[in-house]
Write a protein that binds this ligand. Structure first.
Ligand code: ATR
Length: 493
């Protein structure tokens, strides 16, 4: 989608994305009036099939003139070499339709819903085309997980088809998977934006779609995996898993699923025949229920970050790869095995801390949990036979004394608190090991302080990769490529 104010800038953007795109849409409603008047030259200059769109404000566009002016602009440009023209479902303009037909321009008959997903989406798609040559397009906005399932079900029902190409997509974060899964949904194409801030909510850049999600090689039956969370669009897991599939030539795609209501998500998992899911905040505990039979780690921690199953639909096996993901980089530091009697301080007492304390105590470490709310520290410590203290000066003094390992598990140091250090009163001796679970930014204020004091550091990225590596094995039966892991583990923001 090209939505700059000048033709020149649109041409520049299209040229910049040439390797990733097969088709462009000129959003003439975004052009300055003088530029719109000169847009007849655009199709020949851009050198790719081009769709002409002059979107009204009620459909998410910015066209400022009257409806008569809009139709006049469309009428003037329709014969200028455009491959397609996107017009709205309720538009009654027989002359324009006839002009498009005469010029061999495909008519895309579209409707937009920015508030939700209509319950009769399949029927509406069916009714959209006015003749067999028109292409039906629905752009709707799933607001709940149930609405995403409705959208997928409507796509599966084949609405708007009659064998003709059609496009069906979900806008916004919840709809993001539909932009990647165009082949699965029977969409003839997907929309991207050359700038990372898409014109329509949820759009990504062509490079992300083609490079990361391998859009061009996805087929209707490509197996789908993903991560469920809320929020989840910032997750690095799609990067890790999709890069792994690409390196090993595995036909699969891994998507972020923004899930506000977990119960309603299972329909989507079944509609897409999903066989493996990563689970992240806030669903790691809520996910445990009759659908999931968890392994020993899941029972000990009371949280599950990995779901997999041998057939979809079907029951899920639950695993927790956080414990192993946490321990694995530590073992590497200690040449394979944690030293007996390791004295560890764990800062924080939330869900992440729970996996860490479980892993450390199981590995024979002596653990002190330091937390802002002492009661939380106590609850966690007592569950695993650890000690506890507050995060105040007294607690930190005790913590600093003989610690071999300090693990930071809170979200302090991550945006919007990226300038804060949750344990600024903790003095480092220089010979202790610091393990920071935050992976973005790669260096938190606490890590910078530790490095300055001469401490060795284990980074959050290393844990993220180690837990993802085990998930990858559970999902695909294949080992994650070692060289790729090393490449991804290099800290970067
Ligand atoms: P997660 O599941 O990711 O660990 P969580 O369960 O919300 O997230 O846990 C957050 C942890 O960060 C808690 O230990 C919390 O301390 P409290 O138990 O006192 O709430 C800690 N935390 C959050 N904000 C903090 C802050 N500003 N200073 C210190 N600790 C903080």
């Amino acid at each position: 989608m090209l939505a700059s104010r000048t033709l020149e800038e649109n041409l520049r953007q299209a040229a910049g994305q040439r390797a990733f795109i097969d088709l462009v849409e000129l959003r003439a409603d975004h052009l300055l009036p003088s530029e719109a008047a000169a847009a007849a030259s655009f199709p020949a200059k851009v050198g790719l099939p081009c769709i002409l769109t002059v979107r009204r404000k009620i459909d998410g566009g910015v066209f400022d003139g009257t409806e008569t002016e809009r139709l006049a602009l469309l009428g003037k440009l329709v014969g200028a070499g455009f491959a397609g023209m996107d017009v709205e479902e309720d538009l009654q303009a027989p002359d324009l339709d006839a002009a498009a037909r005469a010029a061999g321009v495909a008519v895309i008959r579209s409707f937009h819903d920015f508030s939700g997903v209509p319950s009769d989406l399949a029927q509406r798609l069916e009714r959209l085309p006015r003749n067999a040559s028109e292409i039906a397009k629905a752009a709707v906005t799933p607001r709940t997980s149930a609405q995403l399932a409705d959208l997928l079900a409507a796509a599966a029902a084949g609405g708007g088809g009659r064998g003709a190409p059609r496009v069906i997509l979900g806008m916004g974060d919840l709809g993001f998977p539909t932009r990647v899964l165009a082949a699965r949904l029977g969409s003839a194409w997907s929309y991207t934006s050359p700038t990372s801030q898409g014109v329509a909510p949820g759009q990504v850049t062509p490079g992300t779609l083609v490079d990361l999600y391998r859009f061009r090689s996805l087929r209707p039956d490509t197996p789908v995996f993903g991560v469920v969370g809320n929020p989840v669009m910032h997750s690095r897991s799609p990067l890790i898993h999709n890069r792994g599939y690409a390196a090993l030539g595995i036909d699969a795609v891994y998507l972020p699923f923004q899930v506000p209501d977990l119960e309603a998500f299972w329909a989507t998992a079944d509609l897409l025949a999903i066989r493996g899911l990563s689970v992240t905040v806030p669903h790691k505990t809520a996910v445990l229920g009759p659908r999931v039979s968890g392994d020993e780690d899941v029972r000990v921690i009371g949280a599950c970050n990995t779901l997999f199953r041998s057939a979809a639909p079907g029951p899920w096996s639950g695993a927790n790869t956080d414990m192993e993901g946490f321990l694995s980089p530590l073992r590497e530091v200690f040449d394979g095995r944690l030293p007996g009697g390791l004295r560890a301080v764990v800062i924080g007492a939330g869900g992440a801390a729970r996996s860490v304390v479980a892993a450390l105590t199981a590995a024979g470490a002596r653990v002190l949990v330091c937390n802002r709310t002492v009661e939380h520290a106590r609850g966690l410590a007592e569950a695993f036979g650890a000690e506890y203290a507050g995060l105040d000066a007294d607690g930190l003094r005790a913590a600093g004394k003989g610690a071999d390992l300090i693990v930071q598990t809170t979200s302090v140091g991550m945006a919007p608190r990226q300038d804060l250090d949750p344990a600024s009163a903790l003095r480092f001796r220089g010979n202790e090991l610091i393990y920071e679970l935050i992976y973005a930014p790669a260096e938190t204020p606490l890590v910078r302080r530790a490095l300055a004091a001469g401490c060795r550091v284990v980074y959050g990225w290393q844990m993220l990769l180690a837990q993802a590596r085990r998930q990858f094995l559970l999902f695909t039966g294949r080992e994650y490529p070692r060289d790729l892991m090393d490449a991804l583990a290099t800290p970067s923001d």
